[in-house]
Structures are given as C-alpha cells and as structure tokens.
Design a protein around this ligand. Structure first.
Ligand SMILES: C[S@@+](CC[C@H](N)C(=O)[O-])C[C@H]1O[C@@H](n2cnc3c(N)ncnc32)[C@H](O)[C@@H]1O
Length: 292
C-alpha cells in the first residue's frame, strides 16, 4: 500500500532489545509485516509494523499493544510514514553474513561470502516467515544440528514448525540424507520451498500440525514456544525413533520455562542430555537414554 507521495504508513515503537524477539513470537501479525532494528550505540530497539492493507494501521497498533501487554512491557506506538524506497532498502542494513556454528553460516543474498573449507552456507533473505538465523532459538538448533551431523549424518531429520525452512535447509547442507519439514502455516511452506530451491536442495515440506505424531525420525527439531511444546509433548516425543542414537532438539523456550518443558518430556520417557543458553532462551537436547 502506498500513498500518492510514495510513502508507506507504519506503526513504530521503542522497546528493550531483549523484549523484541519475544514480542515477534507472540504478536498476531496477520495483515502487516513486522520488522525491527537495534541501534547498538544507543541500545534502543525499534519495532516497525507495515500494514499490508489500507486501514491496517489501527490493527497493527492494537496487535502491538496486545503483544506488549502479554509480555508485561510498556510501549507507546507512533504512526509515521516511511518513503517506500527507503523501506525497501533500509532493512538490508540489518542483515549480514553471520557465522552461527562451527560449520553453519547464514548469508543474505545481497552479500558475498567465500566459504571456508567445511562450511555450509545457507542463503536466506528475511521474509514473513520466522527463521532468518538472527534469533537465539534458531541459532541453538543449528548448533545442535551441526554437532549431530558431525556424529552421524545418516539419519532422518524432521523439522517440526519449519518457518522459513532454515533448520531443514541447514540440516540438508550439513549432510543429513533424509530431511523433511512441516508447518501449520501454508505461507511458511511456500517460503520454505522457495528457500530450499535457492539453496539447491530438495526437501519435502508440507502443511501439517503438531496434533498428531509424525516420523518416526532419528533427529527431531522443534523450535516452537514452550506452551506449545508442552501441550504437544506426547506428539513431539512420539515422533522420535526409538534407540540410543535418536535425538530431540527443543527450542523456543525462555530460560524460566525450561524446567516445565523438561518435566513434560521426561514424562514422555526422554532424558535431557545437554542444554544451551543464548540470551534469555534455553534450548535442550534430549534422547531416549542418557549416553554413557
Ligand atoms: C519460532 S518459529 C521457528 C521457525 C524455524 N524452525 C526456526 O527455527 O527458525 C515456529 C514455527 O512453528 C510453527 N507452528 C506453531 N505452532 C504449530 C503447530 N501447532 N503445528 C505446526 N507448526 C506450528 C509456526 O507457524 C512457526 O513457523
């Protein structure tokens, strides 16, 4: 949507950087495109919501206030207009080549990167689906996938809640032979298929949800919010193959919620093998039996 002066309306608000990631996870972003940037010098993070439709400004403002209230943070939304040309290019300043794990590097398409021997470079541009590699929860999953692939890549990996497809694509580039993914959002499947093609890998992605078991897969990765992981613990754990080598990676969990998630999965017969804290997000690696 543009006005006659070629500007687009947007709703913006200042936020603490640590709240921005959580806000993006819970905001109901139907009808607008959320984005954020972090001024490292001032420490201030600003979120901006660009409505897709005329009249969407009020909805974006209400969604921002509702998500902030859920998080218990105060925001003061402002309505501004941004030149369309600036908007189209400005977000590129916030996405750069990022080394995520020993071998995984994420690169936006407009930046060149000369891969070092052994590195897997995921080419991924930010879009509407979660999973650019900037979020701690995605990073933790890629770190675990890197470690698991180094141990044994002859395994079937299932990405539950694939978003942009970044984890499945990373798994495939790391050498896992059989990789699949699903999401309950059809837009995520369309984006995942496109992203897989950009990266030259073929991965079956499908629209599906967590309400029933899938697999069984040797490696299951689920980066979804803690309450969802707890609600569907039986289905997620039930999608993991039996055996000492099977591994489940759970992410999307605030450190304060991690104990409850562990309890839910221990209740399904799994044991925690390792956990990784990045910022306020703790991710866990689980197995059917603890390795000796
Ligand atoms: C935090 S994003 C993770 C995206 C990506 N896997 C990553 O690690 O960056 C969670 C994804 O789970 C999906 N999701 C949430 N609830 C789901 C459900 N019940 N069934 C399937 N997918 C779900 C969302 O649509 C979203 O794409």
């Amino acid at each position: 949507m543009t006005s006659s002066d070629n500007s687009v309306p947007c709703v913006t608000a200042k936020l603490q950087p640590e709240a921005a990631g959580a806000l993006f996870e819970i905001i109901d972003s139907d009808g607008f495109t959320p984005t954020s940037w972090h001024d490292v010098e001032s420490g201030v993070c600003r979120v901006a919501l660009f409505p897709d439709e005329p009249g969407g400004v009020g909805r974006a403002q209400a969604a921002l206030l509702a998500a902030a209230a859920l998080l218990g943070v105060a925001v003061a939304p402002e309505i501004t207009a941004v030149a369309q040309t600036d908007w189209a290019e400005s977000w590129k300043r916030f996405f750069h080549v990022a080394k995520i794990s020993d071998r995984v590097v994420v690169r936006p398409s407009w930046e060149h990167y000369a891969a070092q021997p052994g590195e897997c470079v995921i080419t991924l541009d930010p879009g509407l689906s979660f999973g650019t590699g900037k979020h701690a929860t995605t990073q933790a999953c890629l770190c675990y996938l890197d470690r698991l692939a180094a141990q044994d890549a002859h395994r079937y990996v299932l990405d539950m809640g694939c978003g942009s497809g970044i984890l499945a694509i990373g798994a495939k580039l790391l050498g896992f032979e059989d990789v699949r993914g699903f999401d309950n959002d059809p837009d995520c499947i369309r984006v995942s298929v496109e992203n897989a093609a950009v990266n030259g890998v073929a991965i079956p992605f499908e629209v599906d949800d967590l309400s029933h078991t899938h697999g069984p897969a040797d490696v299951v990765v689920a980066n979804i919010l803690a309450p969802v992981l707890i609600e569907f613990a039986a289905q997620v754990a039930g999608s993991l193959a039996a055996g000492a080598q099977a591994r489940l990676v759970l992410s999307g969990i605030l450190d304060t919620q991690y104990g409850a998630v562990c309890a839910a999965y221990e209740g399904q017969g799994l044991v925690e093998i390792d956990s990784l804290l990045i910022g306020e997000w703790r991710s866990g690696l689980f197995g059917c039996v603890r390795p000796v």
